[in-house]
Design a protein around this ligand. Structure first.
Ligand code: TYD
Ligand code: MG
Length: 459
């Protein structure tokens, strides 16, 4: 064993460090995630104080003397992203963009680079994954670029640091952190110690020179690539890109944000010319909803501070086998089973011998209990072959006794429904006190699931 080197084991999921190998990580409880890495005990360039590194005398400053101005933020001109970031990019911030491979991280960041370059900022896009030609081909699909954007293919962080310090761009993109390495660390790129050290260096560059840095991080289930979990503690903002690869829309969610709220989501659609913002997701989700058919109702789920309307479809038919088939797409399967049991026992609808398929149209995944009422009504509607009018929307959590329970932000949901032309909303009775009178809306307050069913049966 070399001097100054020691072997440690890191959990590749959460970065837990241990001197011996373990089967289960005590930190995140994941199994078989420990990987051996050799780390240097020598002081690396990244350790040491930030002020000293900049050649300043260590001296605390008065809080009230620190100046900030809101207009310092740079707008990406992509409204959905600006909102998720809390109103634009803060200079000197370190932003991690995570997500499955192929979801569109590189595409989004190239679009951000393009917009910032067009508004006069100098931007450096550093790729460790793609060749210059590949980036050019992608850029051709996105649109016109100007001379403010420079591309650099490199994976060695010392070279990157030198280039950034020389060029002093306003913004840098690192695509991706898993391909970057530092010579002082002997483990492979993508391992926890490499990722941690690389991020540390990038953090110093960002804070020292006031450059905003976007880091791309892949999320993979395999143990050999460090999940960006390790990074989450180190960066200022963590954005996650999610969505079904087969559906065209993508959701950008802030998981951590030192400069804004983490409640916001941004919705995008993948087109032939890059990612396009979806300004009104509800309209997008309800696109193509059939009229006048049974087994369909619109429900409302909150995504952060944003209400999203989705169509819930159910198909209930007589089972041909002894054990009925149940399927749930886009929502929790067990929740669907539970709601069907409530309908069977508390309402007396015979579903035990029926197959049931529940689908959230549009490919969106929704797990908020507020869609319970929608699922139940869609099942009843299909089973009894009752058409629920297109102007009706329902939300509310359904409990095991068949009671309809309160949900948060009822007023916002109702106003979103109104915006999209719904005239009747079925909602929990408990929400009545928090609701104001809404012009032109018929609000049907229900206490029990039976009340809601009675309402739709009446037509
Ligand atoms: P990419 O940004 O390379 O994903 P990531 O960096 O997260 O791995 O996105 C790749 C996918 O996006 C790929 O399947 C092709 C598709 N795509 C489009 O549909 N339209 C476009 O204009 C571009 C650039 C990509
Ligand atoms: Mg990529």
């Amino acid at each position: 064993m070399l001097k100054n080197k020691k072997v440690v084991y890191f959990c590749q999921e959460c970065g837990y460090e241990s001197s011996k190998w373990m089967g289960q990580c005590p930190g995140c409880k994941a199994w078989n995630t420990f990987v051996e890495e050799t780390v240097s005990t020598k002081k690396t360039s990244s350790s040491g104080s930030r002020t000293m590194a900049q050649g300043l005398k260590p001296e605390p400053v008065k809080l009230k003397d620190i100046r900030i101005s809101e207009d310092e933020r740079r707008l990406t001109k992509i409204g959905e992203l600006d909102r998720v970031l809390g109103g634009g990019i803060v200079p000197g911030s370190l932003v991690l963009v995570g997500g499955d491979p192929g979801i569109g991280k590189s595409t989004l960041l190239l679009q951000v680079c393009r917009n910032l370059a067009l508004s006069g900022n100098s931007v450096l896009y550093i790729s460790g994954e793609e060749s210059l030609r590949q980036i050019r081909l992608r850029a051709n699909r996105i649109g016109e670029f100007n001379e403010n954007l420079q591309i650099f293919c490199e994976t060695n962080l010392e070279t990157i640091r030198e280039v950034i310090e020389r060029k002093k761009p306003d913004m840098v993109v690192i695509d991706s952190i898993q391909t970057m390495f530092h010579e002082d660390i002997s483990s492979a790129p993508g391992s926890v110690s490499q990722v941690r050290e690389s991020t540390n260096i990038l953090m110093q560059i960002a804070k020292g020179l006031g450059i905003s840095i976007f880091i791309v991080g892949h999320v993979t289930k395999e143990g050999n690539v460090a999940g960006p979990r390790v990074l989450e503690h180190m960066v200022d903002t963590v954005l996650y890109f999610e969505g079904d690869r087969h559906a065209s829309y993508r959701i950008l969610r802030a998981v951590k944000n030192r400069f804004g709220s983490t409640n916001e989501i941004g919705v995008f659609e993948m087109r032939g010319t890059g990612l396009e913002e979806v300004k009104n997701p509800s309209e997008f989700m309800l696109n193509g909803k059939p009229n006048g058919t049974s087994g369909s109702i619109v429900a409302c789920s909150m995504e952060g501070t944003r209400p999203i309307l989705v169509e819930i479809q159910a198909l209930v038919c007589q089972s041909n086998f002894g054990i009925p088939r149940r399927t749930a797409v886009g929502t929790d399967f067990n929740r669907v089973n539970l709601l069907m049991a409530v309908l069977e026992k508390k309402v007396g609808i015979h579903l035990a011998s029926c197959d049931a398929y529940v689908n959230i149209a549009g490919g969106m995944k929704m797990t908020e209990p507020a869609i319970d009422l929608g699922i139940s009504l869609a099942v009843v509607s299909s089973c009894k072959d009752i058409v629920i009018p297109d102007s009706v929307l329902a939300f509310g959590e359904v409990g095991l006794s068949g009671e309809v329970r309160a949900v948060s932000m009822a007023a916002q949901r109702v106003s979103e429904a109104k915006k999209l032309g719904f005239t009747t909303v079925i909602l929990p009775k408990v929400c009545q006190s928090s609701m104001e009178k809404t012009e032109g809306m018929n609000l049907v307050y229900v206490e029990w699931i039976q009340d809601a069913i009675r309402y739709i049966m009446k037509g």
